[in-house]
Ligand binder design. Structure first.
Ligand code: SF4
Length: 100
């Protein structure tokens, strides 16, 4: 195996650090877009009374602290349902007002 000198090592490390965030962001977007949508009939969704259309006008997934999608996104990931998308206009009993 070829040994790297200090300069080569630091250059390689800088390149990895520089590109990692863009890879993670691109990967997260791909994961979010490809993720299955939560089925309101799933046991966990039922336990939390999750619905695709919120019965509460001011309590929507898009203004919930646990929503991970864009504020104007129709669907996005949610921390309560790992790897699955919830409707931006949805709601569940775990709703917590987004800070700020
Ligand atoms: S915790 Fe409930 S209300 Fe909040 S984003 Fe997830 S599904 Fe929507």
């Amino acid at each position: 195996m070829k040994k790297l000198n200090r300069r080569q090592f630091l250059g390689s490390t800088a390149a990895i650090v520089a590109f990692t965030p863009s890879i993670l962001i691109a990967n997260r977007s791909a994961v979010a877009g490809d993720a299955a949508r939560v089925d309101p009939n799933d046991p966990q969704a039922k336990a939390l009374s999750y619905v695709h259309e919120s019965p509460k006008a001011d309590n929507l997934c898009t203004n919930c602290q646990l929503y991970q999608g864009a504020a104007d996104a129709a669907w996005g990931l949610c921390a309560i349902f790992p790897g699955k998308q919830v409707a931006g206009g949805g709601w569940c009993s775990a709703w917590v007002k987004k800070a700020g």
